[in-house]
Ligand binder design. Structure first.
Ligand code: GLP
Length: 236
């Protein structure tokens, strides 16, 4: 089927953005594109506006249209502690302190959508980076979703075990981050003075079927950890 000029223009722009230009490179001018594809300036402008809405390009008044950098950065992806440390060039590790079956209780039961009396696996780990303690982590998983988890090695990445042994991939999470201070016990485990500042991160993570699978309460050393979050203004 014959392609319209407008489609040819759109394909050309798509190819330029995907393969030929790098982020922040300038696209050809509206006038050049209009001439090359024998279409009106209005047609070119509409094509560029559409790409702008899709956040594939951005426009700077008086300067032109530029290739947008990829919108999703690792900071807004759902990552594991191991992923986070590796991306900082550090070797992730874990010191397992507790691995046990306990009743969910009201708060964890509510987060995981199970009865307070249903069993959960509770794992407490000191997470390390290049051997240095970074984070104290309590993780709770509904026992029925991860039968036999306590027999698995829990000194590596939990998310890897969930994926490899249970075919569970965590695809989204609800997370809150707030400031806290470390009590004596947590401070000792993290090798910092008592009452040092820390970040308390609470996460409920959901699997491919949108089941809440994990509730985790992680306390990160405030002197070593920062959260980078990419913010994108919604389109009008
Ligand atoms: C982060 C999250 C936790 C999650 C952990 C998994 O620390 N805050 O909710 O349990 O990553 O990390 P890993 O796969 O390295 O055990």
């Amino acid at each position: 089927m014959a392609r319209t000029k407008r489609e040819l223009l759109q394909n050309h722009l798509g190819r330029l953005i995907e393969y030929e230009l790098a982020p922040h490179d300038r696209l050809p001018t509206e006038r050049d594109l209009a001439e090359e594809f024998a279409v009106s300036r209005m047609t070119v402008r509409q094509a560029l506006e559409r790409l702008e809405q899709e956040r594939r390009v951005y426009r700077v008044q008086g300067a032109g249209t530029f290739v947008a950098p990829p919108a999703i950065t690792k900071s807004i992806e759902l990552t594991s502690f191991s992923d986070d440390m590796r991306s900082r060039g550090l070797r992730p590790g874990s010191r397992l302190r507790v691995a046990e079956d306990i009743p969910a209780g009201a708060e964890i039961g509510f987060a995981l959508g199970i009865s307070p009396s249903a069993p959960v696996v509770h794992i407490e780990r000191v997470r390390t980076a290049d051997g240095e303690p970074m984070c104290l982590e309590h993780t709770y998983l509904a026992g029925a979703t991860v039968p036999g988890l306590l027999d698995e090695p829990l000194d590596g990445s939990l998310y890897d075990v969930l994926r490899e042994r249970y075919r569970i991939t965590l695809v989204r999470a609800e997370q809150t981050i707030r400031a806290t201070v470390l009590d004596q016990g947590a401070a000792d485990l993290l090798a910092v003075p008592a009452f040092s500042p820390a970040l308390l991160v609470e996460r409920t993570a959901f699997d491919q079927r949108d089941r809440p699978v994990e509730r985790a309460v992680s306390t990160y050393r405030g002197d070593r950890y920062s959260y980078q979050i990419a913010l994108v203004r919604p389109t009008a």
